[in-house]
Design a protein around this ligand. Structure first.
Ligand code: CP
Ligand code: NVA
Length: 297
């Protein structure tokens, strides 16, 4: 199976992946390995930069007794030297699982259609399901389940859209505040409704944050949106979407990272105890291991 969207997994399957992640988190501390990928290879395609996704997948493969190959934009022919479907079929003859970070979501769909091995979405312009797995793991650890209220404050982007779907599947109480024109796609909200419930949508970030246990944000200018930078910074700051001490009460703060201090979040919040972003980043590693063993089993 492929993992292109968080709702490719059912509630039971997400629980299975998270339970594997928790188990592997305990068993594969630094220097210790498990045998979930014994001798197997992960091919990692990156059209965009990455710190966490690249390093957590590569380290995760090592900790599982496997191996990962980094395939950057100048390393392979994907999309420019040959069609995506040809890369999918050729890579399938070498590696056991493919992870891809690309711009166009249609490209991971095409990889998934033509690959003979599982394909994992490592972020597209539309979705970041691996991030959602780590986010759910982080929340599950802190709340011993999903009985929590989360406020998304910021862009209704890839990270937000996958989190909206993940929240609907596990039953998180989610409120989303986005500036006008930067909301979650209607199709995603409809999918969330079908999966359990669509989030509450508000325009005022303070209204979203009040009463929440966790506030979650992401950059205002995502990779590939550089030409919209001035326009987006103006729209988000004018509407008061920065996560700063004035906005918060006693909430913890999540951020998928990288963070742009001074834009969507302040340095003071990032450096405060309320920021649980490093646990969240670490959990990328464990969630990825849970996912890899699930897909390869
Ligand atoms: N959160 C996340 O995917 O980070 P990277 O871009 O560093 O992989
Ligand atoms: N929304 C961000 C997430 C980075 C992990 C981006 O797409 O650049």
């Amino acid at each position: 199976m492929n993992f292109l969207n968080i709702d490719d997994l059912s509630r039971e399957e997400i629980d299975d992946v998270l339970t594997r992640a928790t188990d592997l988190k305990e068993r594969t501390a630094r220097g210790k390995t498990a045998d979930g990928m014994d001798g197997q290879t992960l091919g990692m395609i990156f059209e965009k930069p990455s710190t966490r996704t690249r390093v957590s997948f590569e380290t995760g493969a090592t900790q599982l007794g496997g191996h990962a190959i980094f395939l950057g934009p100048d390393d392979i022919h994907l999309g420019h030297g040959e069609p995506v479907k040809d890369t999918a079929r050729a890579l399938s003859r070498y590696v056991d699982v493919i992870m891809a970070r690309v711009f166009d979501h249609a490209d991971v769909v095409e990889l998934g259609e033509y690959a003979e091995v599982p394909v994992v979405n490592g972020l597209t312009d539309d979705a970041h399901p691996c991030q959602t797995l780590a986010d759910l793991l982080t929340i599950r650890e802190r709340f011993d389940g999903f009985d929590a209220r989360v406020a998304w404050v910021g862009d209704g982007n890839n990270v937000c859209q996958s989190f909206v779907l993940g929240a609907a599947i596990v039953g998180l109480d989610l409120v989303v505040a986005t500036p006008e024109g930067y909301g979650v796609d209607d199709a995603v909200l409809e999918r969330a409704e079908e999966l359990g419930s669509a989030p509450e949508i508000v325009a005022d970030p303070q209204a979203a944050v009040d009463g929440a246990d966790i506030v979650y944000t992401d950059v205002w200018v995502s990779m590939g949106e550089e030409s919209e930078r001035a326009e987006k910074l103006e729209a988000f700051s004018r509407a008061g979407f920065q996560v700063n001490e004035d906005l918060l009460d006693d909430q913890e703060v999540m951020h998928c990272l990288p963070a742009h201090r001074g834009e969507e979040i302040t340095d003071a919040v990032m450096e405060s105890d309320r920021a649980i972003v490093w646990d969240q980043a670490e959990n990328r590693l464990h969630a990825q291991k849970g996912l890899l063993t699930y897909l390869l089993d």
